[in-house]
Design a protein around this ligand. Sequence first.
Ligand code: SF4
Ligand code: SF4
Length: 98
Amino acid sequence: MSDKTNVQSIEEKQYLVRFKANTESHLHVLDSDVCATKCPDKICTIFCPAEVYKWEDIRMHVGYEGCHECGSCRIGCPHENIKWEYPKGGHGIIFRLG
Ligand code: SF4
Ligand code: SF4
């Protein structure tokens, strides 16, 4: 039996969670100019496991609805350019485990 049978894809793992999105984002990129001029690798688009951040020509699109609330972007942005808060009570990620 190959190890592959025991490996879950991101899509399969994400099936185990669902989201109750707020109408207001709990994530804010403070200054897109900083992203454009000081962050050539746009590393939030790499380290975010939920692919929340997508660079669109001149600004960062933030798909906050899919955030897994892992907190990585609090410390991962080298320019402290992301304001991250927990979603308001009753919103955000819901785990299906258990
Ligand atoms: S890591 Fe920070 S500075 Fe870099 S693109 Fe993302 S939000 Fe902008
Ligand atoms: S908290 Fe985690 S999942 Fe949510 S946007 Fe930041 S890095 Fe992505």
